[in-house]
Design a protein around this ligand. Structure first.
Ligand code: GLY
Length: 287
């Protein structure tokens, strides 16, 4: 049995952007599904799915990331595996096409998190795909920056070997202070995975999510059910005014998702499903 869930961010999606968000999530799901269905690992599936989202300027990750207050792109990404709770993460990294692949390369290294120039030097040493930081700026993001929207992408996979993995990737918040770090590269805040319990990934207001250690809260509450645990954590977030969306997969392969943002693009599928399930908001009926 395998299971896979991806999201394209807690945000507002205009009617003109709906199709791009739907198809972007389906494309990412398909990349991960191909790996899981052929017996590949959850780590590889998460990387593959997030790389698709990072390549798609519809989403605030990789190419088309948000611009900080200096008009530059600084990105964060993380990958965590649930068997031995290894973590790889990068933050404030510039000039790499796929931060999620740098995070994956970090997974079995001693440090769990590398920042800024040190993270890029690591990417260079590992022969990752580097670029000019300006190459990551998309026309779509320039337009979005003017409207102040933001989001983060994420994915959780459960593979046929019984292992969970989670990944996040983000360009952070539009106009933020250079060097700012949100929840996405911090375990227990924007994500977590443990084969004995489950895995969770968040998108939304990074400072609020970090202040409430939202991923840790969900992990501790998973016995109540995946969606109940998520809803309770978002309720807790609301006490300090934060907005977020989250996805969960349990060690039993059960999935859940919840959000208090206006929209939250999500796609999921298990080995029992004939087709992917795709939603832009919780209250939507399935097409
Ligand atoms: N949730 C992404 C960030 O706040 O950076």
């Amino acid at each position: 049995m395998w299971s896979l869930i991806v999201h394209g961010g807690a945000k507002e999606i205009s009617p003109e952007e709906e199709e791009a968000n739907r198809s972007g999530c389906i494309n990412a799901l398909e990349a991960g599904r191909t790996i899981l269905a052929s017996g590949g690992t959850a780590v590889d599936a998460v990387e593959a799915a997030v790389r698709v989202l990072e390549s798609d300027p519809t989403f605030n990750a990789g190419y088309g990331s948000a611009l900080n207050g200096d008009g530059e792109i600084e990105m964060c990404a993380s990958l965590m595996e649930g068997k031995n709770v290894n973590v790889g993460a990068v933050t404030v990294i510039k000039g790499v096409w796929h931060p999620i692949s740098v995070a994956k390369a970090m997974l079995f290294e001693e440090p769990i998190l590398l920042a800024s120039g040190g993270a890029r030097r690591f990417a260079q040493q590992k022969q990752m795909e580097l670029c000019d930081p300006a190459d990551l700026v998309s026309p779509e993001q320039l337009e979005r920056s003017r409207t102040g929207k933001h989001d983060t992408v994420g994915c959780i996979a459960f593979d046929q070997h019984g292992n969970l993995a989670v990944g996040t990737s983000t360009g952070g918040l539009d106009g933020s202070h250079p060097g700012r770090v949100g929840d996405s590269p911090v375990p227990g805040c924007g994500y977590y995975a443990d084969n004995h319990l489950g895995a969770v990934a968040f998108s939304g207001d990074g400072e609020h999510i970090a202040r409430k250690t939202l991923a840790a809260r969900v992990m501790h509450a998973l016995a109540d059910g995946p969606e109940q645990a998520l809803k309770a954590s978002i309720k807790e977030l609301e006490t300090i005014g934060g907005e977020a969306g989250g996805i969960v997969l349990t060690a039993a392969g059960l999935s859940g998702w919840a959000h208090n943002s206006r929209e939250f693009a999500v796609a999921f599928m298990t080995s029992d499903d004939k087709h992917a399930h795709v939603f832009l908001r919780k209250e939507d009926k399935e097409n």
